[in-house]
Ligand binder design. Structure first.
Ligand SMILES: [Zn+2]
Length: 198
């Protein structure tokens, strides 16, 4: 699916970082490479085919961007503003998000599987066909959002709020939910149990 090249380091299965021959773990100077990637994101509104996996990002403004076929897997984001961004076909699996703002985002066909979210705000957003498989989330809000066909299978959700959401075909099968609110949402159209085989 990605057009990225593989890292040239022997036996490394990771993709090379954007404009590099090696992944972020094997480039000569990972710190300046990561800084260059952050600058690139901040100075471009439209980002496509960007490989930035294993990034550590703190206190940055990534709002109002378009991310198309970008890879941020196994990254860490603290206090990062993604508000009003458009994220399509992009990958954030096995990542860590703390105090991140996704207010008013438009996310389609993205993958956050295996990620951890602490104190993140996804409210007033369109987050459709997006994969949150097995995520762990604490103190997060998805209020006033459209979560059509998004998948929270096996997610571990604590104090997560889904107030006034469209949950049509949203999947919560096998999820653990503690202090989770579905107030004013059409949760009867979501899936909470595996469909019984005929
Ligand atoms: Zn590598």
């Amino acid at each position: 699916m990605f057009l990225f090249n593989r890292c040239k380091h022997d036996d490394c299965q990771l993709y090379a970082a954007d404009e590099e021959e090696y992944c972020l773990q094997h480039v000569d100077d990972p710190e300046s490479c990561a800084a260059r990637l952050i600058t690139k994101i901040k100075s471009n509104n439209y980002l496509q085919d960007l490989n930035a996996s294993s990034m550590i990002v703190e206190d940055e403004d990534f709002s109002n961007r378009i991310f198309k076929v970008c890879n941020f897997s196994e990254s860490s984001f603290r206090n990062v503003d993604f508000s009003k961004s458009n994220i399509e076909l992009s990958f954030f699996h096995y990542s860590y998000f703390e105090h991140c703002n996704f207010l008013g985002v438009d996310i389609k066909y993205a993958v956050f599987a295996g990620s951890t979210f602490k104190n993140c705000n996804f409210s007033e957003s369109d987050i459709v066909h997006t994969n949150f498989l097995g995520v762990k989330a604490w103190d997060c809000s998805f209020d006033d959002s459209d979560l059509y066909y998004s998948n929270f299978t096996n997610a571990d959700l604590h104090q997560v709020s889904f107030v006034d959401c469209n949950l049509k075909k949203t999947d919560f099968v096998g999820s653990t939910r503690e202090e989770v609110s579905f107030k004013y949402s059409n949760y009867e159209e979501a899936h909470f149990q595996q469909d019984t085989p005929i």
